[in-house]
Design a binder for this molecule. Structure first.
Ligand code: ADP
Length: 670
């Protein structure tokens, strides 16, 4: 773990704070951005869904409009007695089927006959009618089946119309069954079906239906193949309209279905089954719309006249299915009912829908309106009505991948996480490099300080000898001439000055290596101040200083005398160095109850306000023109302040540029 002592450069702390603050800001921003991001995504999805739903509704309406245009054209062009134009819309996309009804209300397409309607029989020749009655008399009253058979056959010969012929064949079939002549009966019904399939009886019931019912009743394993052929003929007839559909078609188809399950084996009956299914569907589909159409035709459908905006009347199927609707066009000659398939129109619209420029993938579905539809709207699923014709349905637009929001947010989280991780990693790496650099710097500083301390230490020894010997010479002043005395004096003072400089450097390197300690002892400050002034008097005199001293007697304090001496001589030496023309120096030593003051006041160049704080910094030297010529190390005040601080004292300065400075050492009394 990194341990930062007080001495660690502030840069590291600043850097760490920067890392922590910017890391926290980035984390906070990322988290808040991610939570906003989810909201933004949801908003975007809702917008896109709405957009898509609207454009789908427009597309759907467009397809519907173009279809109804074609249908209207077809209706307009079919007002003459031809229905040829219908071919053009056959296979039109979205159109499932259509019905055409003539002016009498009869169904032309598909061929459907209402059995309950009265029917005008074609007039038979009187001779045919009397012969037929005779044969029927034999069959029903006399029960002479043989004669009846002969008479029916004779009647058949004089039959002029298909209606007459089918009537006789029907009678013959019935009679042969009574006579138990299965094969002959089969033949009679077969002829009825093959030759007279579209002929209707007096109740408008097609004879083909009779024959099919009878033939199925006669069916056994021996006539499967021929019956299959006949039934296929019947089913094809229904499908192509040559045999009409009617109210009984479904029942007859059910009979045929039962028969085919009993007698036909797959795969034979696949085609057979399909034919049944086709006819069943056509009939069922028609049944969906027959009742409302009948009402319209009888003018009971009041709403028809209300519809002003469209030229057709929408008819919903009676089954309640929402997947199709009939557009009914009433016309003087023909009326048309076009069955429109919602699914087909939907698929067509979906195909032309542009989804490319969307951010996400969506699914568009058709859903029926239900009670909880509105609830779903909130769950990032958009439900919209899209057509008044299909008002019971909504289109539902929803995300293809429901988890896309979670996935996108997760991806974003990962990206942010990696980004943050990288950022912090780089920052930490930077911090590591910085610490390494600082440590290296510190090591170098230590080496430098050690070097300086060693060198100065080495210098101090010969200097002490020089000082000592010069002082020894000075002691025997009487043996020296005046010049020699002067020189030895210079040697003593200059070596003292040099010693002070060396002491400053040594103190400083001790401080840098954190090994500065002062032994405090009860000392007489009066003596210390006086002796320091005495030592400095040589330099003061040399610089022509006028010194005024006010030194209180017997001021004693618990201090380190060497330290105080060094600090004081530094202050006096500065007063000399930074003097102006006014070379005055006031030294004071005084005390109050708790504190002792040593004041060094000069009237030199003074110090600017902005420099006052800085002059105690190591190596700091005021950068001014007056200072340019003065040499120095920038260590004197640093060392002095340190010495005083270590003795629970203070070193204060008051100064004004151009006026002078006062440095005050404040010490605690014992
Ligand atoms: P040095 O004197 O070696 O430059 P110091 O630490 O003793 O270093 O002083 C720092 C700076 O403070 C000096 O360079 C000087 O500009 C300014 N200074 C110190 N004492 C005085 C003073 N008595 N008058 C004017 N300036 C001073």
């Amino acid at each position: 773990m990194l341990k930062f002592s007080k001495k660690r450069p502030r840069l590291i702390v600043i850097f760490i704070l920067t890392v922590i603050i910017s890391g926290s800001i980035l984390t906070y921003l990322s988290i808040s951005h991610i939570s906003n991001y989810r909201e933004l995504l949801e908003k975007k999805i809702s917008e896109e869904e709405r957009e898509l739903a609207n454009s789908f509704a427009v597309g759907f309406q467009h397809n519907l409009d173009s279809l109804t245009m074609k249908l209207s054209t077809c209706v307009e062009n079919s007002t003459s007695r031809s229905l040829k134009y219908l071919n053009k819309i056959d296979g039109e996309n979205g159109l499932i089927d259509y019905v055409v009804i003539d002016s009498t209300g009869s169904y032309l397409i598909p061929n459907f006959i209402n059995g309950d309607e009265s029917f005008i029989q074609s007039n038979s020749a009187p001779i045919f009618s009397s012969k037929l009655r005779n044969a029927e008399n034999n069959e029903f009253i006399l029960k002479d089946y043989k004669s009846a058979a002969t008479l029916y056959l004779l009647t058949l010969k004089i039959a002029k119309t298909t209606y007459d012929s089918v009537l006789v064949h029907n009678s013959l079939g019935r009679l042969y069954l009574k006579m138990n002549l299965q094969q002959k009966a089969f033949g009679a019904y077969q002829t009825m079906l093959l030759k007279y399939s579209s002929i209707l009886n007096s109740s408008k019931f097609p004879y083909a239906y009779f024959s099919v019912i009878k033939l199925i009743k006669m069916s056994d394993s021996s006539n499967v193949e021929s019956l299959e052929r006949l039934l296929v003929h019947f089913l094809n007839g229904l499908a192509n309209g040559s045999i009409p559909l009617n109210e009984s078609t479904l029942e007859v188809l059910d009979l045929i279905n039962v028969w085919q399950h009993k007698f036909l084996k797959t795969p034979n009956n696949i085609q057979f089954e399909e034919l049944i299914k086709f006819n069943k569907n056509t009939t069922l589909q028609l049944n969906q719309y027959k009742t409302p159409i009948d009402k319209i035709l009888k003018d009971e459908y009041i709403e028809f006249s209300k519809e002003q905006t469209i030229d057709y009347l929408p008819i919903k199927p009676t089954s309640g299915s929402t997947e199709e609707i009939m557009l009914f066009y009433r016309n003087k000659i023909y009326s048309f009912g076009f069955i429109i398939g919602l699914k087909q129109l939907f698929a067509m619209t979906l195909q032309s829908q542009q989804m490319n420029d969307l951010k996400f993938d969506y699914t568009i579905k058709l859903v029926e309106k239900t009670g909880n539809s509105l609830l779903l709207n909130s769950n990032l699923i958009t439900l919209t009505e899209f057509s008044i014709l299909f008002e019971d349905c909504f289109i539902q637009v929803s995300l293809k991948n429901e988890n896309i929001i979670d996935e996108t947010v997760f991806k974003r989280k990962i990206i942010y996480g990696i980004g943050l991780f990288l950022f912090l990693g780089i920052m930490l790496f930077g911090l590591y490099l910085l610490i390494q650099n600082v440590n290296r710097e510190k090591q170098l500083n230590k080496l430098r300080a050690d070097f300086v301390s060693n060198v100065t230490h080495e210098l101090k020894t010969p200097l002490t000898s020089i000082h000592m010997f010069a002082e020894a010479l000075n002691l025997n002043k009487e043996k020296l001439d005046s010049k020699q005395t002067k020189y030895t004096n210079i040697i003593v003072k200059e070596s003292e000055k040099l010693k002070r400089m060396i002491d400053n450097i040594l103190e400083f390197s001790k401080k840098e290596n954190n090994i500065l300690s002062y032994k405090l002892e009860s000392s007489n400050l009066t003596t210390i101040v006086k002796s320091t002034l005495e030592e400095m008097s040589y330099f003061l005199e040399m610089s022509h200083f006028e010194v005024s001293a006010s030194i209180e007697n017997n001021v004693v304090a618990n201090v380190n005398p060497e330290g105080i001496k060094l600090a004081l001589s530094n202050l006096i030496s500065n007063a000399i160095k930074y003097a102006s023309s006014n070379k005055k120096l006031n030294i004071k030593l005084y005390r109050n109850e708790s504190e002792i003051f040593i004041e060094v006041e000069d009237f030199g160049i003074g110090i600017a306000k902005e420099d006052l704080e800085l002059i105690f910094e190591k190596f700091y030297r005021v950068n001014s023109s007056e200072n340019e010529t003065k040499s120095g190390t920038g260590l004197g005040l640093t060392v002095s302040k340190d010495i005083i601080n270590k003795q629970q004292g203070k070193l204060l300065v008051k100064s004004e540029l151009g006026t002078g400075s006062t440095f005050t050492i404040i010490l605690q009394t014992t």
